[in-house]
Design a protein around this ligand. Structure first.
Ligand code: ADP
Ligand code: NG1
Length: 485
């Protein structure tokens, strides 16, 4: 485990680069004096372990360089003034009294207003400090994480707002606790996220990915093979998770699958058991055993609501109250087998991925030739191939079992594969980005060809513009507060 889990979010001096100077200037123009501090929270790319955090399984993300910056200054009024550097996001002021008074509403199409993410963070912070706050805030927000693209722009925004508010009230809170708090308060938006985004936002470290586990929340460094580069490519399809029920549908399908798989352990009356990992633990089985159990206990491709109720011996009302969310109560059919299979198999891939990275580190420390005692043989390329195949398998599973891909994502993955580069969708899916594992020496060529073949030829985009949609990443550090003098 990292030693950082009980550490506080670092507070450092402002790095006066061009972007920060601009934000300070714009803040001063808007509010008449410079900000007292800037909260920075990064976006993330998840390397493997998709749609399994809310099932209780470990995931393997790393923080990006792209981030949300929230500049703030304290005011006596019990109000929050919210401004955004991007004029497409409107300004708003709200009175703050108590967390109960903050309501998070969607627009007429069911899509959350952008500032609702800020309000989620403030609501969570108020709850954490029992409404005992002394100052209102002026906030100016500047973000460069592609929004609605699976790179966690929403969580960075929620987390940066929460962090800014707590900092302004002098509240101390360690990285692990604030990560959990932000995961809880982002759920006010309506999606039942698992916590991966907020965990990596606060627990990330430079130069390594993190293996994140739950209950308790821990982050353990994963050193990636030196010769691997991770490239993110945008599909140009955006999807706001909270505007549809696609995400919550998957969450509740996993819950229902858990309840059915747990039947043999006689836990029917224990309604706190709702994740596939809890079931694995209770049954004391391996992930491979759980896959076999899914085939045995969940043979059908589709289950009706009536069937699920009958199997679980509950009424439809009980099912609504105990396991469904507001936006999934009307659903009448569920795919339990496919979702559970994806989760158990993806959880195995995460373990395999981490083990392979550890293997690579061990080999790197010796002489670079690979003849380890654990039985794995081959050269450094084999390690990249193993990691790459796990990523390709993950994509295939997300596409066919979890049904959360998009034709653009599949095309990006197919084009990559033609260049012998393994890749997968990253984040929630239904649009957004892929992450590709590319040997370092091939990165330039890979990016160049993707720019031409996907963005220019397929999407008819200008070559210069194409460059902003595909980039190589290295693991970056987590959230920080910059104190302005
Ligand atoms: P993601 O995968 O990026 O987290 P979500 O659908 O969960 O996608 O959230 C995206 C939403 O977050 C956007 O539609 C917008 O409302 C909000 N958002 C993201 N970045 C910004 C930003 N820089 N400024 C204002 N709102 C933002
Ligand atoms: P995105 O939409 O990529 O930020 C979402 C969830 C994660 C996780 C991934 C899928 C939120 C805030 N984030 O991430 O917890 O479940 O989907 O692996 O809901």
């Amino acid at each position: 485990m990292n030693g950082n889990n009980s550490e506080l979010v670092p507070i450092t001096k402002v790095p006066y680069n061009e972007r920060i100077r601009r934000i300070i200037d714009e803040f001063s123009n808007e509010f008449g004096s410079p900000p007292a501090f800037i909260a920075r929270v990064p976006g993330r790319v998840n390397l493997i372990g998709e749609h399994i955090d809310y099932c209780g399984y470990p995931v393997l993300p790393m923080a990006l360089e792209q981030d949300i910056l929230v500049a703030g200054s304290l005011i006596e009024e019990h109000k929050v003034y919210i401004r955004n550097a991007n004029p497409k996001y409107e300004s708003i002021e709200i009175e703050i009294k108590a967390y109960d008074d903050i309501s998070i509403n969607a627009d007429k199409d069911g899509k959350p207003f952008w500032y609702n993410y800020v309000l989620c963070g403030i609501k969570g912070a108020l709850e954490h400090i029992n409404n005992e706050y002394s100052s209102g805030l002026k906030l100016y927000i500047d973000g460069n994480i592609p929004p609605a693209s699976g790179l966690s722009s929403s969580s960075a925004l929620v987390s940066a707002a929460c962090l800014a508010f707590l900092y302004a009230q002098n509240a101390t809170i360690n990285k692990t606790d604030i990560a959990s708090l932000c995961a809880r308060c982002e759920r006010y938006i309506g999606t039942q996220g698992g916590g991966m985004d907020q965990a990596i936002a606060f627990l990330a470290e430079k130069y390594c990915a993190q293996y994140i586990t739950w209950n308790p929340l821990t982050a353990t460094k994963v050193v990636l093979p030196e010769e691997a580069s991770f490239v993110v490519a945008h599909s140009l399809a955006e999807i706001n998770k909270a505007a549809t029920n696609d995400y919550n549908r998957r969450v509740i399908e996993c819950r229902l699958a858990s309840k059915i798989l747990a039947l043999s352990a006689d836990t029917t009356k224990d309604h706190s058991i709702i994740t596939l990992s809890q079931v694995q633990k209770i049954l004391d089985k391996t992930l491979a055993d759980m896959v076999a159990l899914v085939y045995e206990k969940l043979p059908k491709l589709v289950y009706t609501k009536e069937e699920v109720c009958k199997i679980l011996n509950i009424s439809e009302e009980e099912m609504d109250d105990l396991y469904l969310t507001q936006n999934t109560r009307h659903l009448t059919e569920f795919k339990l087998k496919q979702r559970a299979l994806h989760v158990y198999e993806e959880a195995s891939r995460v373990e395999e991925f981490r083990k392979t990275c550890m293997q690579s580190k061990k080999n790197g420390k010796t002489n670079g030739s690979i003849n380890d005692k654990s039985g794995s043989t081959g050269d450094r390329n084999d390690i990249l191939t193993t990691l790459g195949k796990l990523m390709s398998d993950s994509h295939e599973s997300l596409k066919s079992l979890y049904e959360c891909s998009h034709k653009n994502l599949d095309l990006l993955v197919d084009l990559s594969s033609k260049m012998n580069v393994h890749s997968r969708l990253t984040g929630a899916g239904w649009g957004g980005c892929i992450v590709a594992l590319c040997p370092k020496e091939k990165v330039k060529d890979y990016i160049e060809r993707m720019e031409n073949e996907y963005y220019v030829e397929h999407c008819n985009i200008d070559k210069n513009k194409a460059k902003s949609y595909i980039f190589a990443t290295t693991p970056n550090y987590g959230a920080v507060i910059y104190k302005n003098k």
